[in-house]
Design a protein around this ligand. Structure first.
Ligand code: 5GP
Length: 190
């Protein structure tokens, strides 16, 4: 997506050689037109997968997941994040480290919104080490639903998340791939 690449080049702030701040388009401010275009892209790529639910993790994945779910005409379910977990028997829960916050949180989805009949498309904003995605994959597995794939807006190729999920057999599609953030510069992979 050339427009997305241009926006990242123009507005992305390289915080370190590991972290790219994308507040202007993904994590604080949202461009509705661009977000709907991302949703169309994911919907096109997974159109034949008979998706019944789109799933993401709050909060930054919600906008693009909404756009994707809208295009596919299916509901969006977002996993909630909590710092501690009291006994909630109807909730599927996984504990995951947060890449940006440096803390561990629980992500939860109610069994009511994920069933063995579902074919799930996971959507998220950025993939780094893949902890959030792996947690979500485990929740989807435990619900009995089938994961048809993952759509990620920004794949940081120099961190292991995307490749480890692909090695696990997950069909992972990203819109933009970043090869490096070294020397304060954003280098795209293609
Ligand atoms: P992972 O679990 O793959 O290590 O990290 C994924 C989550 O951490 C994403 O949902 C995203 O919100 C956040 N994240 C990871 N890397 C970055 C980054 O470089 N910039 C920003 N803004 N968020 C990131």
């Amino acid at each position: 997506m050339d427009k997305l690449k241009r926006q990242i080049t123009e507005h992305g702030v390289v915080v370190s050689d590991q972290v790219l701040k994308l507040d202007a388009l993904l994590n604080h401010q949202i461009d509705p037109q661009l977000t709907m275009e991302m949703g169309r892209q994911f919907a096109e790529r997974f159109r034949d997968s008979e998706v019944t639910r789109v799933v993401t993790v709050e909060s930054s994945g919600i906008a693009v997941a909404f756009a994707t779910a809208y295009e596919l005409g299916v509901p969006l379910v977002f996993a909630r994040r909590k710092k501690t977990l009291l006994a909630e028997p109807d909730m599927l829960c996984e504990r995951v480290p947060s890449f940006t916050k440096g803390i561990v949180t629980d992500i939860l989805i109610s069994r009511e919104f994920l069933s063995p009949d579902d074919r799930v498309l996971f959507i998220d904003d950025i993939i780094a080490n893949g902890d959030a995605a792996r947690g979500l994959v485990k929740i989807i597995e435990r619900s009995g639903a089938e994961l048809v794939g993952a759509g990620i807006v920004v794949e940081k190729c120099f961190q292991p998340g995307a490749s480890s999920l692909r090695e696990q057999g997950v069909r992972l599609e990203s819109l933009v791939r970043i090869a490096s953030l070294a020397d304060g510069r954003i280098t795209f992979a293609d």
